[in-house]
Design a protein around this ligand. Structure first.
Ligand code: PHB
Length: 412
C-alpha cells in the first residue's frame, strides 16, 4: 500500500472492491487533500543514462545539465507539483539493458516520462515500449536520424548526425577542398555521419576517396588512422562518440603524424567536447567541427548558464553540448508539466513538446519541429583555438535554424 498516493489511477477499480476498508480510508484521505487549494501531483521521470564504464562521463554531463535546470527552475513548477527523477544506468551501448530498464521504469515505477539516453541502439530498443505504454521519451543525446520516426511518443532535444555532417561537408567543399577521407564508428550514427558528410561534400564538388569504420566498443584507432595517412587525403572527417574515444582518436591523429603531414581534421561536435579538450594537449588546435553549442559562446543565455555551471560544479568543470541538450530537454519537460498542472497525459504532452520553442537557449534559438519532433537549431562551424590559456570551440560561421536534412530529403 505504501505506493498508493492520491491521484494514483491504478487504485479504485473494480478489482479493488474487496479492499473496501482500505479504499474507504484512501477516499477520505483524498477528500481531505483535495479540499485544499492545491492538488498534490508527483511527476515521475525515468532517466536512462550511462553512468558507468568507459563512457560514464557522457552520462555525467547530461545529468549535470539536467540537475542544473531543475535547481534553477524548480520554483516555477505549479504549486503542489513535485518531481521525482529515477535514475538508471544502462552501462553503455547496450540495447538489451536499456530496454529492460525502460520496462521496469514503466511497469514497476510507473514513470510519466522517460528521458536521457546517450546511445542510438538503446533509444531504438526503447522506442516500441513508448508506443505500447504511451510513455513519452525525451531524447537528450542519441542522434541517429531514425529515432523520432520509430515512435510518435519520442521528441529529441539533442541533434541528428545529419544536422552536422551535411552542412560541414558543404562548408568544406566551399573552401575549395577536393579530397576527403572519412573515419566513423561502425554503428548507425557513424553511418549517418559518413553519409551526410559525403553528400554535402560531393554535392559541392569534393570527392570522398576512402572511408573506414571502426568498432564501437574498445576501438584501437591506430591501424585505421594509419590507413588514412597512407592514402594522404587533404581532409579527414571523423565521428566517434564523445568522451574518451574522442581523445584517443585525436591522439592517434597527432602521434601518427597526420597533422604534421598537413591532413586537415574535421568532425562533428563529438570530436572536440569541452570536457575532453584539456586531456588532448595541443593536438586539436585548428580542428574544424560543426556543432550546436560552444562553451565559450558569448550569448547572454550561455554566459548565465556557464556561470551557474561553474558555481555548482567548479571552475575547472566544463559544460559541453550534451549538458545543454539535457538542460533544454528539461526545459521542454517543464513546459509540459506546467501546461498540464502536473497531470501528465501522454498525448497532450507530445502535443506540447512538438512545437515547443525557446528563443533564448544557451545554444541560441531552438524549436522542436512539430512535424518530425526533432530539434531545429543553429549549426555553428567552429575552430579549436586557445581562449586565454585553454582550448575552446570558437564559433565563426552560423547556419541558422537547421532542420534535420535527412528527413527533408526522405519525407515519410
Ligand atoms: C549515439 O549513439 O547516438 C551517439 C553517442 C555518442 C555521441 C553521439 C551520438 O557522441
Amino acid at each position: 500500500m505504501e505506493e498508493t498516493r492520491v491521484g494514483d489511477k491504478s487504485m479504485g477499480g473494480a478489482r479493488h472492491a474487496a479492499m473496501a476498508g482500505v479504499t474507504a480510508a484512501i477516499a477520505i484521505a483524498a477528500a481531505v487533500l483535495s479540499a485544499g487549494p492545491v492538488s498534490a501531483e508527483t511527476v515521475k521521470i525515468g532517466l536512462i543514462l550511462t553512468y558507468s564504464g568507459p563512457a560514464a562521463s557522457l552520462g555525467e554531463e547530461i545529468d549535470n545539465g539536467l540537475k542544473l535546470y531543475v535547481k534553477e527552475h524548480e520554483k516555477e513548477l505549479p504549486a503542489g507539483v513535485t518531481l521525482e527523477i529515477i535514475r538508471r544506468d544502462d552501462t553503455g551501448p547496450s540495447p538489451d539493458v536499456a530496454k529492460r530498464l525502460a520496462q521496469e521504469l514503466i511497469i514497476r515505477d510507473k514513470v510519466n516520462i522517460l528521458a536521457g539516453v546517450v546511445w542510438t541502439p538503446n533509444a531504438n530498443a526503447i522506442a516500441p515500449l513508448t508506443i505500447e505504454a504511451k510513455v513519452p521519451l525525451v531524447i537528450m543525446n542519441a542522434a541517429s536520424v531514425t529515432a523520432t520516426r520509430l515512435s510518435p511518443y519520442i521528441a529529441r532535444t539533442s541533434f541528428t548526425m545529419w544536422q552536422q555532417g551535411y552542412p560541414l561537408g558543404q562548408w568544406a567543399a566551399k573552401q575549395g577542398r577536393k579530397k576527403a577521407y572519412t573515419l566513423v564508428s561502425d554503428y548507425a550514427p557513424g553511418a549517418d555521419a559518413e553519409e551526410s558528410f559525403k553528400k554535402g561534400f560531393t554535392e559541392g564538388g569534393g570527392e570522398v576517396v576512402g572511408s573506414v569504420r571502426v568498432p564501437l566498443k574498445d576501438p584501437d584507432f591506430v591501424p585505421f588512422v594509419q590507413r588514412v595517412k597512407d592514402a594522404n587525403p587533404e581532409l579527414l572527417f571523423i565521428f566517434v562518440p564523445a568522451g574518451k574515444q574522442a581523445t584517443a582518436v585525436m591522439k592517434a591523429y597527432n602521434e601518427l603524424g597526420l597533422r604534421a603531414a598537413g591532413i586537415k581534421l574535421l568532425g562533428t561536435q563529438d570530436l572536440t567536447p569541452e570536457e575532453e579538450l584539456p586531456n588532448m594537449g595541443e593536438a586539436p588546435l585548428g580542428v574544424i567541427t560543426a556543432g550546436a553549442y560552444s562553451e565559450v559562446a558569448t550569448r547572454p543565455a550561455n554566459q548565465a548558464f556557464i556561470a551557474a555551471w561553474k558555481r555548482d560544479y567548479g571552475t575547472s568543470s566544463h559544460a559541453n553540448y550534451m549538458a545543454v541538450d539535457a538542460w533544454d530537454g528539461m526545459a521542454a519537460i517543464f513546459a509540459a508539466i506546467k501546461a498540464q498542472n502536473g497531470k501528465i497525459d501522454p498525448d497532450q504532452t507530445m502535443k506540447i513538446l512538438a512545437g515547443w520553442k525557446n528563443p533564448d537557449s544557451p545554444r541560441g534559438p531552438i524549436e522542436i519541429d512539430p512535424e518530425t519532433r526533432d530539434i531545429v537549431q543553429n549549426i555553428y562551424i567552429r575552430e579549436v583555438k586557445k581562449v586565454g590559456d585553454q582550448l575552446a570551440n570558437v564559433e565563426f560561421e552560423t547556419i541558422p535554424q537547421v532542420k534535420d536534412p535527412w528527413k527533408a530529403m526522405n519525407p515519410k
